[in-house]
Design a protein around this ligand. Structure first.
Ligand SMILES: [Zn+2]
Length: 1005
């Protein structure tokens, strides 16, 4: 009998009162809402049969400034607590738990501490450490200085401000789009907590004192302000038993009783003080505001209009989906076709950010000086035109299809899907509403659909209400400015000057020595043993296998392989038609990315792209392209596997796929449309290609700030093998320079080239992959022969076999013999570093040991040197054993060049270390947990397909796991010596600020 069948509303269990039991029909689950009588702790448990259980401790945390107290607290509670008095229980946990998810997040109005595991005993170990951390943290001064901020002094006595959060936030303030979003929110919620940077503004963080920070914990981390979210199949009473026995008595002893006036109230209790802070005071009358932002790749200003629209609801989601759900939707199309900007603004659409206060914004970015007013006029007239002409049936249908599809697709983007459910629950719960307020989106949308069907003016009336007759709107301009950094740097210098005057250097030196001693003190195995962990014998060596079924369908000139992945997709079908690209001449390779990016985006069958997009959106969830670049691993296992299907010409090659996803009942229509798209792709819309080109040029530049690691990884690996060289040409700095060398004038010529390339690729033949549940697979299977015939698909031609050396002449400034450090220089306040060298091929005992060693380094040397002492946001290493490349990297790093030395120093240190059985066992458990993290159904399909393409079998994955489970301390020691030796042949690259002095090879971006 389930808990909710035994205990009805009003019943009590161990002093927890059942407040409500909710049938969560849309998610095939039941929600139980409980409140503890004396402490006020609230619990919401979503119960279903998912074995991946998740819990999250959530607190309403609201700040009246940008000092970053909430964010620094989020980092710090995980740095030691009463029962777990270690420097970093979180890292220890991360390195030895079988968790499938472990994180902590700060939002403007709350802080969340979620973790998930597939194994019950591990789940409760995690809960124990997290509960102790949030309610009984040590919060030492050293932690505050390390995670928050401190004045640091180098050997010459030069002062600087350092700290993990301090450095992390510098990156955020270097990001043009992020600053735009922040300014938009400031404008819409003036005089509310949303105006402050909850993560902390680096210029303000040094205002936070240790005492004020301790006060912050007292104010917000009480049980009566805690919302404990639970999800999964562990029964409610087992979870409540754990809390009631392990925590309630301690909470009652340490925190004052909650004194909640109505302990049985259906809505959560919030203190008057927190309620006051929660008041958002949205914009009351129209305003016009201009702000500045960092000049980082932006080609012009962001110009936007936002309308205040009150409470968030599915109706508003529908409205924005109609207007701008895809590129052919009326409003996004009018804006993009105007030539007044480069792209839609990053804030376009529905901002259901705060439940009670939602706004809808539209605008453009990349707007030239002088055009701002034109953009405002355009947005207003576009909305007016859409209102007067009425929204077309096609736009309404595609909006409905888009929402229906999204509500059914189970993804895994930021962790398990339960995180999505949690954010829906918290949207109401934190703000004083019932937790299930947002848990019926499918049913709510069915009601909207009924209204759409009944009332022909439904959509029109929404436009009237929220735009035409809405008197509260904000016109906002955010300009990129060279002054932005200068101004911030100026303020930073005067801050330092001030410290220079006030700080007593002798006592500072003493303080820092103490801090560094604390940081570098190595904890003994006895101390570390307070963190519970499983034994290797408790792990099952049986993995959740991914299976695929291979069959064939008759093509135009021979057989075409079809790979089926049978997965629980909730009635969604995913189809990939993959064509090989490894026969494209290496000289043309750099032209492929933009071509692939514009496929399905330039229209087909003589129709314009917007018509095509609109048509597609009424039938499918989406259509697009994907690239798979790879090579057969240099392993006997892989070679033996593919020998069985050698004559199919399918193994170890690189591909583009044209991929569609749709709801199962639309299979026939969707396959018909996919066939039309592939066989009748158009290459004649020069204007459209120009837009796609400039979007790509912009993205590539801003990616240096956000995803610098990605560029470093591509570049560094390209020194080692063919697949990596191809990847560099596709996505790396080589592609960055190539795509930026295109001019708009070249577009007609490019179109001709793309057409020829596309036709030659189609001629190479294909392989088809389908992921869906068994019933839907049968439907697809029956329709495939017709699909293949009408599309004119062919059997695969053999690979020409271009080699590594054939691609090298096209890599940007490639000098294989020059082993100097390479630096990409950009405007940023924080950088990246990376180092690459060879390692052992996978499925060997050596590779397994190198993997274990990397887990050790991540949790120890790299964590301590790069993050704790170095002040970078992170440092890590990992072998890519199938490619035989070992990578070490740091990110959001104030001193990236220095980190390169720390990588080597770390390797030298582990060579001298004697590993214990216990230490190795913890690393093994951590690696095991990476193996068992569940994938979403579509990801599982993709994984299965890739395994087929590159000769990996379930047996091989199993073998690798068994090799991991049997690694010994001696193996790890040998791995350390081996990697130190290999690292002599390394490639080093950094991304750093233009102003940083640097000796080595410089590539200016
Ligand atoms: Zn952080």
């Amino acid at each position: 009998m389930k808990f909710y069948e035994k205990y009805k509303v009003g019943a009590e269990y161990k002093d927890f009162i059942v407040i409500s039991i909710d049938d969560l029909h849309d998610f095939k689950a039941v929600g139980v809402y409980l409140r503890h009588k004396t402490t006020g702790l609230e619990v919401y448990h979503i119960i279903n049969d998912d074995e991946e259980n998740l819990f999250s401790f959530n607190f309403r945390t609201l700040a009246k400034n940008s000092y970053g107290a909430a964010h620094i607290m989020e980092h710090s509670v995980l740095c030691g607590s009463e029962k777990f008095p270690l420097k970093e229980p979180f890292t220890t946990l991360e390195n030895q738990s079988v968790k499938s998810f472990l994180n902590a997040m700060t939002y403007p109005d709350k802080t969340s501490y979620p973790a998930a595991s597939l194994i019950q005993s591990d789940y409760f170990n995690l809960m124990d450490v997290y509960a102790d951390a949030v309610f009984f943290p040590k919060l030492s001064r050293q932690t505050f200085e390390q995670e928050g901020w401190r004045v640091e002094m180098d050997e010459k006595g030069k002062l600087s401000v350092q700290g993990v959060v301090y450095n992390e936030m510098k990156a955020r303030f270097s990001d043009f789009n992020q600053v735009c979003i922040d300014r938009m929110i400031d404008t819409m919620y003036p005089d509310s907590i949303y105006c402050y940077e909850s993560g902390g503004d680096p210029l303000e963080i040094p205002n936070l004192t240790y005492d004020n920070w301790l006060e912050f914990h007292k104010q917000f981390y009480s049980p009566s302000n805690c919302l404990l979210f639970l999800y999964g199949n562990i029964s409610t009473d087992v979870q409540l038993d754990f809390i009631a026995e392990k925590y309630i008595p301690r909470l009652a002893a340490s925190y004052p009783p909650a004194n909640i006036p109505d302990i049985r109230a259906e809505t959560p209790f919030i203190t008057a003080e927190i309620r006051e802070l929660q008041k958002t005071l949205p914009l009351k009358s129209s305003v016009c505001k201009t702000y500045t932002a960092p000049d980082n790749g932006a080609t012009g200003a962001m110009v936007c209009i936002a309308w205040y629209t009150g409470e968030s609801s599915i109706e508003k989601t529908y409205l924005t989906e109609v207007l701008s759900g895809n590129d052919s939707s009326p409003l996004s199309k009018m804006l993009q076709e105007s030539d007044l900007g480069d792209d839609l603004a990053p804030v376009c659409g529905n901002f259901g950010y705060v439940h009670q206060n939602n706004f809808i914004a539209y605008g453009l970015s990349g707007v030239k000086k002088g055009d701002e007013k034109k953009v405002f006029d355009l947005i207003k007239s576009a909305v007016q035109t859409i209102y007067e002409n009425d929204v077309s049936k096609a736009d309404i249908n595609s909006a409905i299809m888009g929402i229906d599809f999204n509500l059914r697709e189970v993804g895994r983007h930021f962790g398990p899907y339960s995180i999505v459910l949690m954010s829906k629950v918290l949207a109401g719960w934190t703000n004083g509403f019932k937790p299930n307020l947002h848990l019926s989106p499918i049913s709510d949308f069915e009601k909207v659909k009924q209204q759409i069907a009944l009332d022909p003016d439904y959509t029109k009336n929404l436009i009237k209400k929220y735009f035409i007759e809405n008197s509260v709107q904000a016109d906002v301009i955010v300009e990129p400015s060279k002054e932005y950094f200068k101004e911030r740097e100026g303020r930073e210098s005067s801050l330092l000057e001030n410290f220079e005057k006030t700080v007593d250097k002798e006592s500072l030196k003493k303080d820092l020595e103490e801090l560094h001693a604390y940081q570098s003190r190595v904890e003994t195995p006895e101390e570390l043993s307070c963190i519970p962990h499983l034994k290797i014998s408790e792990l099952t060596a049986d993995l959740n296998h991914i299976t695929t079924q291979v069959s064939e369908v008759q093509g135009l000139d021979g057989e075409i392989p079809v790979v089926y992945s049978d997965e629980a997709t909730n009635g969604i079908v995913y189809v990939d038609v993959a064509f090989p690209i490894d026969n494209v001449a290496p000289a043309d390779f750099k032209d492929l990315p933009l071509m692939i990016d514009s496929l399905t985006d330039l229209g087909w069958n003589g129709k314009k792209w917007d018509e095509c997009t609109a048509e597609m959106a009424c039938i499918m969830g989406d259509v697009g392209t994907r690239t798979i670049i790879g090579d057969l691993p240099d392993s006997d296992y892989s070679r033996a596997t593919v020998a069985a299907y050698k004559n199919k010409n399918v193994a170890g090659r690189s591909w583009i796929t044209i991929s569609a996803k749709f709801l199962s009942h639309k299979t026939e229509e969707s396959l018909k449309l996919l066939s039309e798209i592939i066989s009748k792709m158009s290459f004649d819309d020069a204007k459209r290609l120009k837009t796609i080109l400039s979007e790509n040029q912009l993205d590539k530049k801003s990616n240096f700030v956000h995803h610098g690691n990605h560029y470093l990884s591509l570049r560094g690996r390209s020194f080692f093998n063919k697949a990596s060289a191809m990847n560099e040409l596709f996505y790396g700095v080589s592609q960055y320079f190539h795509i930026n060398s295109y001019t708009k004038k070249q577009v007609p010529e490019l179109l001709k080239k793309y057409k020829a390339l596309y036709e030659s690729i189609l001629n190479q033949g294909c392989v088809i992959h389908v992921t869906s549940d068994s019933d839907s697979l049968k439907a697809v299977d029956a329709l495939l022969p017709e699909f293949v015939k009408t599309t004119g698909l062919k059997t695969l031609k053999p690979s020409i076999g271009y080699e590594y050396k054939d691609y090298l002449p096209y890599i940007y400034q490639f000098e294989p013999e020059n082993h100097e450090v390479e630096a990409f220089k950009i405007n940023t306040q924080s950088g990246f570093s990376a180092m690459y060298f060879p390692c052992t091929i996978w499925l060997t005992k050596e590779a397994a040991a190198e993997d274990i060693l990397s887990t050790w380094l991540n949790g120890h040397q790299l964590w301590e040197k790069i993050r704790m002492t170095g002040g970078a946001y992170g440092g890590s290493c990992a072998p890519d054993a199938s490619d035989k490349i070992f990578a070490m990297q740091s990110w959001r790093d104030p001193t990236p060049v220095k980190s390169l030395d720390l990588f080597i120093e770390s390797l030298e240190e582990v060579c001298k270390k004697e590993f214990t059985e216990e230490e190795v066992e913890c690393c093994i458990i951590s690696n095991y947990s990476d193996e068992i993290v569940p994938d979403s159904p579509s990801q599982r399909g993709v994984r299965g397909f890739n395994r087929f393409l590159f000769g990996t079998t379930a047996q091989m994955i199993q073998t690798r796991l068994e090799q991991t489970l049997s690694v010994t301390p001696q193996d790890v020691h040998k791995a350390a010596e081996r990697l130190l030796e290999y690292s002599k042949n390394c490639r080093k690259i950094v991304i750093c600020d233009k102003s940083k002095e640097f000796c080595g090879k410089v590539i200016q971006i």
